[in-house]
Design a protein around this ligand. Structure first.
Ligand SMILES: Cc1cc2nc3c(=O)[nH]c(=O)nc-3n(C[C@H](O)[C@H](O)[C@H](O)COP(=O)(O)OP(=O)(O)OC[C@H]3O[C@@H](n4cnc5c(N)ncnc54)[C@H](O)[C@@H]3O)c2cc1C
Length: 473
């Protein structure tokens, strides 16, 4: 049977389901096609499960040092089955929430695999969607005026490091581990790799990170990387940078053994398991792109700033178009695409104003340019830095490592970037994000009186420090 829609969205992850809600608000008759579960990677295999595990690891690590707070505990141990149960419960609550939102918005959800067809009896343009239903019923045919492709991404591996789920894992399998390994090699020291390194180490796993670049979290400001490196090493996490893994040397036998070329020398690494976190690959296969004029570049769908593909009625958003592969980016791309479809004349997203977070211990967050990028872009910079060591609330928390760094243009005073490493900084970055959106200058941030005692005082002090006026520094 054929069903007509104003908009059909292929993929019900964060990008897809948020786009559907916005479309419903704007009065578009909307359907989502989802082959797995509504909520996609972020809810089931990404943001939420990883943060649930990180939180359990943090509680365990804190409980082990409870004595520092004057709290006497007897034996503290981890029940990993319970940890996983807690994670699943959180996912279930949120999954039900998304399902409810679809009902509330009168959004039709087709559970099945969607595929874009070429011109057909239904439409002279490509874009009809055929859905192979999960329940085995006859294919549904959806005839939309517009389509949004939001099929997301999946873990990438390296040739010869194929994921076997037993010895070599991607984040998908690692999230479902039933027991903790004694030791693990993490290939890739980017955001996902470092979150796992921090979490597993807090759970008592012996962790070795092998990173190709000369520093971990290489997309962050160099001082943030350096501080993270120092703090992880202090926790006995082995960090091997400037290292090229030699996948052909991998032996899977009662654990894993692999060699890497590290600054000219060959070194061997052994562990019970290996986690490969070397990036994500867009889901562009099997969705019928060959029936369209849609272009692909380096594996990602190409769009304009309003997320239209070469077929102007077919849009693409989220991880499948690459760039910043983050949930909040996917959802805002979805909102922009829908508003464009609805003729609302939205502004293009400014990616410089999007905050990025790492939920390790300590946390990292940033918005805008790193110091290196600012200099490369021709700015003469001035930098204000303020350590959490001088922040009362950080001492109260028992987490005083890290700092806030603010970069401004020396001539214009413009705010160029804000970078933080330390306690709860992922919850503090939105102040900096708002300052960037409102084009604030450092003294305006400093003039926003930060309540005492709070961790956010570090932002106010760093803003003062840009012109050498920090009070407690
Ligand atoms: C371990 C990990 C931790 C992460 N942590 C964070 C974090 O803390 N913060 C953050 O912002 N981001 C995080 N991310 C990234 C975030 O999960 C993604 O950026 C986000 O999920 C992208 O949303 P999306 O809608 O583009 O795609 P996805 O969430 O991948 O959703 C795509 C959906 O499309 C469906 N689909 C694919 N093909 C078809 C088809 N042919 N027919 C029907 N359905 C189809 C899939 O089943 C899936 O549900 C993390 C990712 C990982 C892996």
């Amino acid at each position: 049977m054929a069903h007509e829609y104003d908009l059909v969205i292929l993929g019900g992850g964060t990008g897809g389901y948020v786009a559907a809600i916005r479309a419903s608000q704007l009065g578009l008759k909307t359907a989502i096609v989802e082959k797995g579960k509504l909520g996609g990677t972020c809810l089931h295999k990404g943001c939420i499960p990883s943060k649930a595990l990180l939180r359990s690891a943090e509680v365990y690590a804190t409980a082990k040092r409870a004595e520092d707070f004057g709290v006497i505990t007897s034996d503290v141990s981890v029940d990993f089955t319970k940890v996983q149960e807690r994670k699943h419960n959180i996912i279930n609550v949120l999954h039900k929430g998304v399902q409810h939102l679809m009902k509330q918005g009168k959004i039709d959800v087709y559970e099945g695999l969607g595929r874009i067809l070429g011109p057909s009896i239904f439409s002279p343009m490509p874009g009809t969607i055929s859905v192979e239903m999960n329940n085995g019923e006859e294919n549904e045919m959806l005839i939309p005026k517009n389509v949004i492709i939001a099929t997301g991404s999946r873990p990438r591996s390296l040739p010869e490091l194929h994921i076997d789920g037993e010895y070599v894992l991607s984040s998908d399998e690692a999230l479902e581990m039933e027991t903790l390994p004694k030791s693990i090699i993490i290939v890739g020291g980017g955001v996902i790799g470092i979150e796992w390194a921090s979490m597993l180490s807090d759970f008592g796993v012996e962790v070795t990170v092998i990173e190709y670049a000369d520093r971990i979290i290489p997309t962050e400001d160099h001082e943030i990387s350096k501080e993270m490196q120092r703090l992880l090493k202090k926790r006995k996490i082995k960090l091997v940078t400037g290292a090229r893994v030699l996948p052909e040397t991998l032996v899977r036998d009662n654990g894993v053994r692999i060699s890497a070329e590290v600054k000219g020398a060959i070194k061997e690494f052994l562990a019970e398991k290996m986690l490969v976190s070397v990036g994500r690959q867009a889901n562009t296969e099997g969705i019928g792109l060959e029936n369209t004029e849609i272009q692909i570049d380096k594996g990602f769908i190409v769009t304009n700033e309003f997320f239209q593909t070469k077929e102007s009625h077919i849009y693409a958003i989220g991880d499948v178009i690459g760039g910043l592969q983050l949930a909040h980016v996917a959802s805002h791309e979805g909102i922009t695409a829908v508003e464009h479809i609805a003729g609302k004349n939205p502004s293009a997203l400014n990616y410089q104003l999007i905050s990025r977070c790492i939920y390790s211990s300590p946390e990292v967050s940033s918005v805008g340019m790193t110091e290196e990028q600012a200099i490369t872009n021709g700015h003469k910079v001035k930098v204000g830095k303020f350590s959490f060591r001088a922040i009362g609330k950080a001492l109260v928390y028992g987490q005083s490592d890290g700092f806030v760094k603010i970069i401004a243009d020396e001539e214009t005073n413009d705010l160029l970037g804000v970078h933080m490493i330390g306690p709860h900084v992922t919850d503090m970055i939105s102040e900096a994000g708002l300052a960037m959106v409102l084009d604030a200058v450092p003294w305006e941030i400093a003039g926003t009186i930060h309540p005492h005692p709070t961790l956010s005082e570090a932002i106010g002090e760093a803003a003062l420090a840009v012109d050498g006026n920090a009070i407690h520094g």
